[in-house]
Design a protein around this ligand. Structure first.
Ligand code: GRF
Length: 217
């Protein structure tokens, strides 16, 4: 009886966990950093799936190694961008997520996805937004002559890297640093603040007013 009660309790605990899905296009090191935190018991959420937009995305291998289901919505298989975005929305809906995490997903989400999951989609970006949005942010920071850069976790809105900011981490740009060196330094911080941001979200510790996100302790 005790055993039965225990297993029911754990079933209930499992059911009440927030469902998190991940969207990626590349190697998936941020996805892996989050998966590690979940498996270590530091993040109490259910990683219900990874969606990639190309079959060669290395993130799929990461998902396999962590036994997280992965799904390919291959951009190349669709006649139009609109069709791809419709299929992506369908896939997302089918996973019924409480939170969507984009980490190195190289496509702008459609307005339909943003509308349906407003303030439920977060992204990790390798600069201190609003500086250096878009691609090659580390290169942009070096070429601009910035003395510091870093990374940002923000909600996704209809713009490109413009949504409300949850967390940021700063790194120093050393004299003569290459894009690769800066990227590596920033990536280490990404791997810390992305799990942290997910934790704040799943614990309902974020209070959003306009574009300001307050962390409730
Ligand atoms: C990271 O630098 C992230 O900030 C950016 O794309 C890169 C993805 O890296 N959006 P990974 O696939 O998580 O290793």
């Amino acid at each position: 009886m005790v055993g039965k009660e225990k297993s029911l309790a754990s079933l209930f605990a499992k059911k009440s966990k927030k469902r998190v899905i991940f969207l990626a296009s590349g190697r998936g090191s941020n996805f892996e950093a989050v998966a590690k935190n979940i498996r270590k018991g530091k993040l109490a959420c259910d990683p219900v799936g990874l969606i990639v937009d190309k079959p060669e995305a290395k993130a799929i291998l990461v998902a396999k190694s962590w036994k997280i289901p992965s799904f390919v919505v291959d951009f190349k298989n669709f006649a139009s961008k609109e069709d791809f975005h419709k299929a992506l929305l369908e896939k997302i809906r089918s996973l019924n997520p409480d939170l969507i995490v984009t980490a190195g997903f190289m496509r702008i989400l459609s307005k339909d996805v943003v509308r349906e999951f407003r303030m439920k989609i977060i992204n990790i970006h390798p600069s201190l937004l609003p500086a250096f949005p878009g691609i090659h942010s580390q290169k942009q920071a070096i070429e601009y002559g910035a003395k510091v850069s870093g990374c940002t976790v923000h909600f996704i809105d209809e713009g490109v890297d413009t949504g409300p900011i949850l967390l940021q981490s700063v790194v120093k740009i050393e004299e003569g640093m290459t894009e690769e060196e800066l990227s590596r330094k920033i990536l280490k911080e990404e791997h810390k603040i992305l799990p942290e941001a997910i934790q704040l979200f799943i614990q309902n510790k974020l209070q959003i007013t306009g574009r300001k996100v307050r962390i409730i302790s």
